[in-house]
Design a protein around this ligand. Structure first.
Ligand code: PDD
Length: 287
């Protein structure tokens, strides 16, 4: 049976619920994290917990429980779900209070966690790459906060699905490439430089993005965090997207334009290997 954690209780996922005056439900007043686990072990757990704490600080929402307790609950929930591998959603909202835009005082933040199956791409997608579409970035200006307010993201992803594309790529009015609807975007330039948008307010600072940048740098691969536009991305010989659920996923087509020769690039392959061995070292999971 799937078990959820809701404000102190472990309950049947099908029966789990929150109050109608939870500010997450009414205002999207909350944040979340998605962490992958393999063999019962969290992948980059500390980095995700750190980002969760930062998101909460930025919104002036308190920690629902002390950090050490959060980890205990996570471990307990994964165990109770009896899953060796999968994904964990942690969601924190400002809490339950009569509807009012102004933050309520002395309200206890709500904490909800759910566990689901792994959302890993198919092996053929890792090997052959995927197609993605570009679309206008109509989100707010604090995309660095992992907010539960995901309307633009879900609408973009929905449209991508309609067009049989794996991901939607958010583009500024001036053509700058930000990130995917649920992933970070990288291109590899002709000079072999792995290039991605800087971690500022325009994008979510992805954990897999950060880990990959460090792994690449350590392996002597040049990395540049700078802005670039969609024309440059389409002309790049290689591209890929990253996230906790898709790892390093090669992109072989953006809109109608093939990337390079339309096959997975050499540097992308090397980065896949580096990231996969990072997962293996931490959790024993082989990709
Ligand atoms: N999404 N950008 C956005 C907008 C995202 O939603 C995500 C992750 C990322 C990549 O972040 P990370 O490497 O920390 O997973 C970038 C997760 C997977 C989700 O929403 O479930």
């Amino acid at each position: 049976m799937r078990i959820a954690y809701v404000n102190g209780s472990y309950i049947d996922n099908a029966l789990a619920s929150v109050h109608i005056e939870d500010r997450g439900y009414q205002f999207s007043d909350g944040i979340y994290e998605y962490i992958a686990f393999y063999n019962g072990l969290l992948l980059d757990g500390d980095l995700h917990f750190k980002r969760l704490e930062r998101s909460l600080r930025e919104l002036e929402i308190g920690m629902p429980v002390v950090p050490s307790a959060l980890r205990v609950i996570v471990r307990e929930l994964i165990e109770r779900n009896g899953r060796e591998e999968g994904g964990l959603y942690i969601q924190v909202t400002r809490g339950v209070s009569p509807r009012n835009h102004i933050y309520p005082k002395n309200v206890r933040p709500s904490l909800v966690m759910t566990v689901c199956g792994a959302k890993t791409p198919k092996q053929s997608e890792f090997e052959n790459g995927v197609k993605i579409m570009s679309c206008h970035d109509n989100r707010w200006e604090r995309r660095d906060i992992k907010s539960i307010s995901l309307l633009p993201n879900i609408m973009a992803k929905q449209e991508a699905g309609r067009q049989k594309m794996r991901e939607a790529l958010f583009i500024e009015t001036d053509g700058t490439v930000n990130e995917g609807s649920a992933s970070n975007f990288f291109m590899v330039t002709k000079a072999g430089v792995v290039t991605t948008h800087p971690a500022d307010n325009d994008i979510l600072p992805g954990i897999s993005r950060d880990v990959l940048i460090k792994l690449a740098t350590k392996a002597g691969i040049a990395v540049d965090e700078r802005k670039f536009d969609i024309a440059e991305a389409k002309a790049a010989p290689e591209a890929f997207i990253t996230s906790t659920s898709i790892n390093v996923l090669p992109v072989v087509k953006i809109d109608d334009k093939l990337i390079g020769k339309g096959v997975v690039g050499e540097i992308t392959m090397k980065l896949q290997e580096l990231y996969n061995s990072h997962i293996y070292k931490q959790t024993g999971k082989k990709f």
